[in-house]
Design a protein around this ligand. Structure first.
Ligand code: BGC
Length: 269
């Protein structure tokens, strides 16, 4: 850790989908830990500007950067912008993701492709570009690894999810992408891991917590007895990209209050 006690002091980061929800919390947490942060957004620059302002208000360094992560040229431009502003990139949190829910019989090809394009192809493009940039720059004294990547996955990389086959398939894909890349680039000093959040209170799952009935139903699936907050995930991300996790690569850190523990089997089965 740096003398300031901030584990990411001097490091340069990029967080995709950082204008809201988990991504915004991760961006702020990385900045608090000392990193300069590229705050990627797709639409709605005001929200990204607010995250940047929040980081700057506590003395951090941040840059808003627009890009559609499913667009190859956009992704390259995004990395160019972050590199131009910060001089290098040490950390990427590939977080951008979305849901387009439908029963399988009703799911349109557009819903399928829309989710796979952002959640899986977007991760591929961001991971590939991160590896290229890490390999092209000198190693640094600010971190033991040459570069660190966190892919934002979901408990649904493992828990099947009726009515959300596109989403679950995308997250299962992210897991094999992450593990395969981890195996491939570990020898180059690059670490890559997943965080698999459970039910975290954000706009993406508002339907699951915005009424008392929905909340009660959701809590039955969470042994720890509370819905997660974006900061629960953000703290895990800071740890995963810090030197404290230097021997951790190719793994998934579940941040889910036990949701992936088959809670329906607690007292039965
Ligand atoms: C989904 C949320 C859901 C949670 C737990 C997440 O990956 O985006 O909508 O509440 O998984 O099921």
């Amino acid at each position: 850790m740096s003398p300031s006690g901030r584990p990411l002091e001097g490091q340069k980061a990029l967080v995709t989908g950082a204008s809201s929800g988990i991504g915004a919390a991760v961006a702020v947490a990385l900045a608090r830990a000392g990193a300069a942060v590229g705050v990627n957004y797709h639409s709605g620059s005001e929200a990204a500007d607010a995250v940047v302002a929040q980081i700057r208000s506590v003395g951090g360094e941040a840059l808003p950067v627009r890009a559609d992560v499913s667009d190859e040229a956009d992704v390259v431009r995004m990395y160019d912008a972050v590199h131009a502003a910060f001089g290098r990139i040490d950390i990427v949190v590939a977080n951008a993701g979305l849901q387009k829910d439908a029963a399988i019989a009703d799911m349109t090809l557009e819903q399928w492709r829309g989710v796979l394009d952002v959640n899986l192809t977007g991760q591929f493009l961001c991971v590939r570009e991160a590896v290229r940039r890490f390999m092209a720059q000198d190693t640094t004294l600010v971190s033991r690894a040459r570069g660190k990547i966190v892919c934002m996955s979901s408990v649904h990389q493992q828990i099947p999810w009726g009515g959300h086959a596109n989403y679950a398939a995308s997250k299962g894909g992210v897991t094999m992408l992450m593990q395969s890349v981890a195996q491939e680039v570990a020898g180059q000093g690059i670490r890559i891991n997943n965080i698999a959040p459970g039910a975290i209170k954000t706009d993406i799952n508002e339907d699951a917590w915005d009424t008392p009935e929905a909340r009660e139903k959701l809590l039955k699936l969470i042994p720890y007895g509370r819905i997660g907050a974006p900061d629960d995930v953000a703290r895990a991300a800071v740890w995963l990209v810090s030197d404290d996790a230097d021997y951790v690569t190719g793994t998934t850190l579940f941040v889910d209050g036990g949701m992936s523990l088959y809670p329906a089997f607690r007292d039965n089965g």
